[in-house]
Design a protein around this ligand. Sequence first.
Ligand SMILES: [Zn+2]
Length: 131
Amino acid sequence: MPDSNEDKLIVALVVCSRCGNAFMIKKGQKSSDNLVCDNCIRLEQRKRQLTDSVKESQKEIESSIKGYKNSLRGAKSQQIKQIYFDKIKKTSTTLNKSVELLKKIEETNEEKYIEEYKKLFEEMKKEYADK
Ligand SMILES: [Zn+2]
């Protein structure tokens, strides 16, 4: 294909495929259907970081639940069983919350929500820590 006039421009205005905002790209930067603006790229990075820490915590929570289940199995008295039942219940609730949180992080396209989700995550971790 011969060079069109458009190819001689230094910058081009394109539309972000995520947020729909127009932004500039340098000519020569490969045009594809997946053009994403800097804001969306930053948001994506923050989402990924937060997602990774939530997933990391989920692993800890899961292994705690496993530990409680083992203790429950070995518990001799009804009273001690009850303690482990409660621990499992409470920890499972925290795990469910973290799953919801991951979904929210995945779905959000707004930076301000990432801050809120970060706070929720901190609270979730605190709750888990003083179970
Ligand atoms: Zn964008």
